[in-house]
Design a protein around this ligand. Structure first.
Ligand SMILES: Nc1ncnc2c1ncn2[C@@H]1O[C@H](COP(=O)(O)OP(=O)(O)OP(=O)(O)O)[C@@H](O)[C@H]1O
Length: 635
């Protein structure tokens, strides 16, 4: 079967494109540019160092300036410590083993700090993420081997569509009063599945709530450890917290994206630090470091006797570290055995601390945003898989157009929903949107099956308000401006602020400053977002709302909600071009962020090129939610 060979090819193409883009971005840029792009910390100060596993040195560094730049130096990524005196030669590679605030720890592939590290001008550069690609590639190869050897291949054959999943029929249905009907059906399907269950969770339908209850019920039923994974740290963090809230023993492998005491208390690092045997380890580590420091006093270029003395001290330090490692391994095994749930990112599931573990069940959340090769990393560790997500929202980013065209952007979730409809339960009741906001998305993406829960179905900002508006700018002459791939529409942006200002001013009779509704302004186009942010700065009437108003791209709002959402569609031209507005899953995300009011501003003449938008405009007309921008400006 060529299933995995094809995926391996696609992954190879993607890796090349990704690596080239990375090299292009870094090769010709200065340290200041890389720093501005979040790829570099510079300058940094070394705050401490200690010996760590396998003769490596772990160094703690602090970013001393430019502290508020958003960066990508995260747990698990490869990075390099360099000196800006001679960055080509004075460099040593390693892996980031901790990151929080402006500190990080990097485990370097060396046992002592090089001389140049004492001369200042130090920085940390992100390296291309070969590790993730290696892990994905290994997983695909391993799956392929298992198939050809017909070893441990049942789940693989089911997920690739060759075999059908099986279900138990001897279980009495579990009744969970806190869950609605379709959520309970999902939990029961998960409990009954021998191999595969899928939770299809449209926006706001309580997918996380359902998964947490299902995991609790699985532990009760099987009494076996469960691996819970997701593509992003944010999703892993959220699940880890909610599972711990339910009283489960959760162990978070890796390092949370958010700095939170509650979360960091769940991590393997912090659990190890609390362990009884840690005192002993600390004592030994201190001793090893003392030997190491003594060894460093003998420089390499001294005489033979000194060299021997130096070696003896290093050997002593190493042998102590060996027993540290053994004790650490013992603590780790103890913690890992006792954990009911282990949580990690997809790639994190292969972190050296948990690489060897096998699980009865693995749960993959946000599976609609996960690359298929990454999903195989945890799947190969399990007999049963639960996939949860929504393939009707944004799919994972694929950098190579060729790989995307040939199927890398089709997720395993989407494939399995098509292959095994009997495994799927759709969560049908949503707790976010007024039913008018939900209606079009439900009709197009969810076969009209979505229902709004009674608590939200009719909620509005004030009694007479209309929850949905399409404001048509056709004929207003708000033409888009295109430069390369970026598109903006300054006049549409200005109009949006006029509309929003008027609306928000009217809200003051209904709300106080403290309980004022939250507002999002979104657009598919990054350049339009820049422009909207600039114009917001220049809108005195909106200044006082501060952090109540957030402006960002659709992609960055996935998973979030706001009371009021304004969408700037941006495109308006006579050439029938709508670019990536044609990815209707992106529009599904945009339209389903609003709780009580959704205002979409766009040019019907341009948008109607695509049946999806023509249909939306008809829907808006039927709901009395159509407004022309002319009319608005005349008022
Ligand atoms: N059975 C239920 N009864 C009442 N409220 C519920 C129920 N299930 C979920 N909710 C509420 O719906 C909201 C969304 O739930 P949750 O965070 O679990 O959703 P989600 O589907 O993971 O969200 P997203 O749309 O971001 O994927 C929460 O405020 C939650 O309290």
């Amino acid at each position: 079967m060529d299933y995995f060979k094809k995926l391996l090819e696609l992954l190879k193409t993607e890796r090349e494109v990704d690596r080239n883009a990375y090299l292009e971005m870094t090769a010709s840029t200065s340290v200041a540019e890389r720093r501005a792009n979040g790829l570099t910390w510079y300058p940094i100060a070394i705050r401490g160092s200690e010996m760590s596993r396998g003769d490596y040195l772990t160094v703690e560094v602090e970013r001393t300036t430019h502290q508020d730049i958003v960066h990508q130096l995260r747990f698990g990524v490869s990075a390099v410590l360099f000196s800006n005196h001679d960055p080509k030669n004075d460099r040593v590679e390693g892996t980031i083993s901790y990151q929080g605030g402006n500190r990080l720890k990097i485990t370097l592939r060396t046992d002592e700090l090089p001389e140049w590290a004492n001369n200042g001008k130090l920085g940390i550069d992100l390296l291309f993420d070969d590790n993730s690609y290696d892990e994905m590639q290994n997983a695909l190869k391993q799956a392929d081997t298992r198939l050809s050897k017909e070893e441990n291949d049942r789940l693989i054959r089911i997920l690739t569509g060759e075999k059908s999943p099986a279900f138990r029929d001897d279980l009495p249905p579990l009744h969970l009063p806190r869950l609605n009907e379709s959520q309970q059906a999902a939990v029961n399907r998960i409990l009954a599945a021998n191999d595969l269950a899928i939770v299809h969770g449209p926006p706001g339908t309580g997918k996380t709530t359902t998964l947490v209850q299902a995991i609790k019920a699985l532990i009760k039923q099987d009494n076996k450890q469960i691996l819970v994974v997701a593509p992003s740290n944010t999703a892993v963090d959220l699940l880890s917290e909610k599972l711990a809230d339910e009283g489960l023993n959760v162990l978070r492998v890796g390092n949370p994206a958010r700095v939170s005491e509650r979360l960091s208390a769940l991590t393997l690092d912090s659990r190890m630090a609390e362990h009884n045997s840690m005192k002993e380890i600390k004592r030994l580590k201190k001793q090893a470091n003392e030997f190491r420091d003594m060894a460093h006093k003998y420089k390499r270029n001294f005489g033979k006797a000194e060299r021997e003395q130096r070696k003896a001290l290093f050997d002593e330090a190493r042998s102590i570290m060996k027993s540290v490692e053994n004790t650490e391994q013992y603590i780790m095994d103890d913690l890992l055995t006792k954990a009911q749930v282990i949580t990690a990112t997809l790639v994190g599931a292969n972190h050296y601390t948990v690489r060897q573990l096998k699980y009865h069940t693995v749960v993959i959340d946000e599976a609609g945003q996960a690359l298929e090769p990454a999903c195989w990393i945890p799947i190969l560790k399990a007999e049963k898989v639960v996939l949860a997500g929504d393939h009707c929202q944004l799919s994972p980013t694929v950098k190579s157009d060729e790989a995307a065209r040939n199927g890398l952007s089709t997720t395993l979730l989407e494939k399995c929903i098509a292959r095994h409809p009997e495994s799927v339960v759709l969560l049908e009741e949503q707790y976010r949107m007024h039913q008018m906001i939900m209606g079009y998305s439900s009709a197009i993406f969810y076969e009209d099956k979505l229902k709004a829960h009674a608590s939200v179905a009719g909620h509005t900002l004030f009694p007479q308000d209309v929850p949905l508006s399409f404001v048509d700018t056709a004929g207003c002459g708000f033409d888009e401006k295109s430069e390369g791939t970026s598109t903006t529409n300054p006049e549409e942006a200005a109009f949006l602020f006029k509309h929003l200002t008027q609306f928000v001013t009217g809200l003051h009779t209904h709300y106080q400053q403290e309980d004022f509704p939250s507002i999002a302004i979104i657009s598919p186009y990054k350049q339009q977002i820049h422009l909207l942010k600039e114009q917001l700065q220049d809108s005195p009437a909106l200044q006082s709302y501060g952090d109540k108003i957030s402006v960002n791209t659709i992609d960055s709002f996935q998973g979030q909600e706001r009371d009021i959402v304004y969408i700037s569609m941006t495109r308006s031209n006579n050439d029938n071009k709508i670019g990536f507005l044609s990815d209707i899953r992106r529009m599904n995300v945009a339209m389903t962020r609003a709780r009580k009011k959704l205002v979409i501003i766009g040019d019907s003449a341009t948008l109607s090129q695509l049946p999806f938008y023509a249909g939306f405009i008809t829907y808006a007309e039927q709901q009395n939610a159509y407004q022309s921008a002319w009319e608005f400006m005349d008022n």
